[in-house]
Structure formats: C-alpha cells, structure tokens
Ligand binder design. Structure first.
Ligand SMILES: [Zn+2]
Length: 423
C-alpha cells in the first residue's frame, strides 16, 4: 500500500512515545521564552519547563482554548523572530476576534509533510492531478492543499472556490483524479453536472472533504453518484491547518492522527480528566514539531474517542480516533450524566431491528430533566428493550418508545436529533 513516509507512519508504540516526550519538552522550552504562554503556564501551576519529565506529566499542563488565541491576536503567541515568519492564516472571525496561525519555513514543511501523507493515504501519487476547491486566502484550506501538492509532487489545479461550471470544466479538461472541498459543496457540483451535457467525471476517483462533519449516509450517496471514494481530512487553524491532525485511510475505520507530530488526548469536557480509550470526550492536541506557535493541550471542542492504538490493516501504526461527528456544545447533561447524541446513535445501532431514525426528547419540569428516546424499529423491538440497552451504555435509564419505520419526520441535511421541552 502506498505511503508517503513509511518510516514515520509505521513506528512502534515505544518509538512514538520517545519522539513525543522529546517533542513535548522542546515545545515547552520554546514557548517558555514567550511572555503570553509563560504567564498562562505559570498561572496553571507550571513553575519551569523542567516540571515535565515524563509523558504522563503532560497532565500537569493547563489547557489552552480558542479564547487564548483570540486574546493573543494578532501575534502575541509567536515564539520566533518576526523575520522567521513566512506566512499566516486566520479563521473567519465571524464569531469574534479571528484565530491566527503563523508559520516558519519549518512549519510550512511540517504542514506539507502532513498533507503529503494525507494525499498518499487517499491513494494519490506523484503526477496525479488534484483540484483545490478551498479558497486561497486568509483561510488555510487553499494554501495547505497547495503546499501538500508541492511536497507530494501532485499536479495542482488551483481552482479555489466558486464558479461550479468552471470547476466541472477543469475536472474534465485536466483529467483530475482527486479534489479537496467542503462536503456541502458537492451537491452543487452534482446538480450542475446533472444539468450539463457531461453527466459524469470519468477521471475523478477521490474526494477529500474537510472542515465539516458528514454522515456515513452522505458519504455513500456521494460515492455512488460520482463513482469516487471519499476521505475525511482533519485539521484546524490552531493545529496548523488542514490535514495536520490526520485523515482516514483506505480501511475507513477512523482517522489516523500523526503521532510523531501531535499528542492526542480525549478528555471529559466537564472535568478535564482524560477518559479511557473507547469513551467519547473532547479531543485535545499538543504539537511536537511546530515552531512559531506550538499548541499545548489545545481543547478543540470536537467530540471523538480513541478507536484503536493497534496497527491498522493499511499498515500504519498511528492511533485512530473516530470521525468527528459532534462538538462539545452538543453535550447533554441529564441526571448528572453527560452524553452526546452520537453515543445514543451508536448504542441504538447495536440493537437488532432498530432503524437509523431517532429523536432524543428532553423534558424539563421544575428543573428535573427526563429523557425519552423515540426510535424507528421493526416489529418485535420494544421500548423496554431500547431503554434497557441505553441504560447499560449511557449510565442512566431513559424512557424508550418504538415507532414504525417511516413515522419520524425526515429533514433535509442535518437531522434534528435533540428536542427540548420545558414545562
Ligand atoms: Zn489505516
């Protein structure tokens, strides 16, 4: 199977651990020279970078959040000389001060390395044409794809966003094998394609989608209409941009995180405690090799879980996390237990006869919340069975109600799973 960097993508657990400890110490000593980080760390109880002696000591570091990035606008978190900065990107800032990420030459190479790994993981290789549909500009997507193309020596079609007819023309004329885009743009391409004289895109084999979550159903629909294989690329401005924190491989059993580049923790968003493997929580990243603005215990607000630390069938050894399907903002707290709609979905799937559609109805009366799970299922499945199984999985007993298949309301796009009623 093709791999961009076989050596670094197939390290043993011990090798990852030793690289991680070295990288962690390096990142810490790097940020210690920056006033903004140092104040934050001292406030969080760190007296010197020497406090960190083992990987387990990572827990002694305070968390960093998007708020920190905003307070540090524009470059208070920059740890290198201004002369060493080559580029920066920033989030849209639509919900407040933008988040800025600046890059040294080394940071751009690190980004390109991660992207090259993603491209190869999606089955691409030198000479393949890749169409870049994210915007080239302040948003990191366009340039990140481009840096990766340079590194992996792909034939870059720098289309940027918009003008769907031209996108289709380019896909055909330049025999494009893969494109990178947000998943919500794909229906637009399909619509234009259906209305055009072409109908299909004969050279296209791969779609790489980032920055939005999407369901398995959406994936299947796109795959069958366009005749392509879809990949889910992961990364955000704060971690260094698109692709920096991984992607799924040909086995599509979770996202491989580049463990020689980042430490992954999954924490309980309410308590900050690290949760056991397999349990859902908030994804927290610590960068090991980034120079201008390393991140330490950065809380992403993305919800996932560690699926496996074992070697994958693709040959890669890096840990796999579940595809991101929720944000900490989705977290529900009922009877002192916190859970996510995604967990309910997962648990329901384990009951034979239960269909895909469900609703979580939270009724609050005088401050006491009650949960009812309505789910579509075949005959023979009872509400009691549903409730019992959910108690085992979630740790509290909801009410269960089973409805005939096709009776819950259907919505276009993202389904409304949670309904709150206050009495
Ligand atoms: Zn794999």
């Amino acid at each position: 199977m093709s791999m961009w960097n076989r050596e670094k993508e197939t390290l043993s657990r011990d090798e990852y651990a030793s690289l991680q400890l070295k990288g962690l110490k390096k990142s810490l000593s790097r940020v210690w020279g920056n006033e903004f980080y140092r104040k934050r760390l001292v406030l969080g109880g760190v007296s010197s970078p020497e406090d960190i002696k083992t990987l387990d000591d990572l827990k002694k570091l305070p968390f960093f959040t998007k708020e920190d990035f905003r307070k540090a606008y524009p470059l208070k978190m920059n740890c290198v000389s201004r002369k060493d900065l080559l580029e920066f990107h920033q989030s849209s800032g639509s919900t407040g001060t933008p988040v800025v990420m600046a890059y040294t030459k080394g940071d751009l190479l690190q980004w390109a390395e991660c992207m090259a790994r993603c491209y190869y993981m999606a089955g691409l290789e030198k000479g393949d044409a890749l169409q870049v549909m994210p915007t080239f500009g302040l948003f990191n997507g366009g340039f990140g794809c481009y840096h990766g193309c340079r590194k992996a020596e792909l034939f870059c079609v720098p289309a940027s966003s918009g003008n769907t007819e031209r996108q289709i023309q380019l896909l055909r004329d330049f025999r494009v094998k893969a494109f990178v885009s947000v998943v919500s743009y794909v229906p637009r391409i399909i619509e234009k394609l259906d209305a055009s004289n072409y109908r299909d895109l004969p050279y296209l084999k791969v779609g790489i989608f980032g920055s939005e979550t999407f369901s398995d159903e959406t994936r299947k629909r796109i795959e069958s209409r366009l005749g392509i294989e879809c990949f889910d690329i992961y990364g955000m401005t704060e971690t260094g941009g698109i692709g920096t924190t991984g992607q799924d491989c040909c086995c599509h059993n979770g996202l491989h995180v580049w463990e020689d580049q980042y430490i992954t923790e999954i924490v309980n968003p309410a308590t900050g405690e690290v949760v056991p493997d397999g349990e859902y929580g908030e994804v927290v990243f610590t960068s090991l090799t980034r120079e201008a603005m390393p991140i330490l215990r950065y809380r992403t607000r993305d919800i996932s879980r560690i699926l496996s630390r074992e070697k994958c069938a693709c040959g890669r050894t890096s840990l796999r996390i579940d595809r991101i399907t929720g944000r900490t903002d989705d977290m529900l707290i009922v009877k002192g237990v916190n859970f996510y709609p995604r967990q309910v979905e997962q648990a329901l799937k384990e009951i034979p006869g239960v269909a895909d559609e469900f609703q979580i109805i939270i009724t609050e009366e005088e401050g006491i919340a009650d949960v009812m799970i309505k789910v579509e299922a075949a005959e023979g499945v009872s509400g009691h069975m549903v409730a019992k199984h959910l108690r085992e999985k979630l740790g509290f007993l909801p009410k269960g109600e089973v409805m005939p298949i096709g009776s819950l309301p259907r919505t276009e796009g993202k389904a409304k799973r949670v309904i709150r009623i206050t009495r």
